[in-house]
Design a protein around this ligand. Structure first.
Ligand code: FNR
Length: 194
């Protein structure tokens, strides 16, 4: 099977981030034909400044744009901060979205997931993130949605994802992302069972 290369971006800078742990689990449990690499330089992206957005942007920005452009798709794990996405993630996407007519995000396939300790599993942050990808014309996987609520119960002490339901749902989402990239899905799946 053709292998698709996915760049995974966590919206949390914390060493012990649950969302980053979720992406490590996605790497470990990826379905066949999916290879996932983790983007680890979010903290080095400067605040967006149009004056710096020239033909020679900051190195970290250039590298981020190149990494996104080279990937077949993105997997973004977002925490929920105040009912939205973290500023660091929005900032990186703002950089990646320029120039608008030829950005690395233009028509890029994207899957979104997120983990939170409460009962809502980042649903509001994920909706906010989907809205960002309207402007960039990115092709976001519609379903299954992966909302990892009560996340503390789903990881062991070494931050390994142990919850089989979450693992299975994540694998389904990655399968849809893979098939969408390979062009074998003409319309979005309509149920959580894929
Ligand atoms: C939060 N948290 C949070 N949780 C939530 O479910 N809805 C929310 O609106 C917020 N708001 C919020 C704002 C800020 C500034 C912080 C720091 C935290 C809690 C958040 O879900 C929790 O800290 C997660 O563990 C963050 O994800 P990582 O860092 O573990 O990946």
């Amino acid at each position: 099977m053709t292998e698709v290369n996915i760049l995974a971006i966590s919206g949390s800078l914390r060493t012990g981030s649950t969302n980053t742990a979720l992406l490590r689990a996605a790497q470990k449990h990826a379905p066949s034909g999916v290879s996932i690499s983790l983007y680890e330089n979010l903290g080095a992206i400067p605040l967006y400044n149009g004056d710096l957005d020239t033909d020679s942007p900051p190195t970290a920005v250039e590298e981020l744009r190149a990494a996104i452009a080279e990937a077949d798709g993105l997997l973004i794990a977002t925490p929920e901060y105040n009912y939205s996405i973290p500023g660091v993630l929005k900032n990186a996407l703002d950089w990646a979205s320029r120039p608008a007519q030829s950005s690395a995000l233009l028509h890029k396939h994207v899957a979104i997931l997120g983990a939170a300790p409460g009962n809502f599993g980042t649903v509001r942050a994920q909706l906010a993130l989907r809205q960002v990808f309207l402007w960039t014309q990115s092709k976001v996987v519609v379903r299954p949605e992966v909302l990892v609520f009560n996340c503390a119960q789903r990881f062991d002490e070494a931050d390994n994802l142990t919850d089989e339901t979450t693992i299975e749902l994540m694998r389904e989402q990655l399968t849809v992302l893979r098939d969408q990239i390979l062009g074998s899905v003409s319309s979005p799946h309509t149920s959580h069972s894929g």
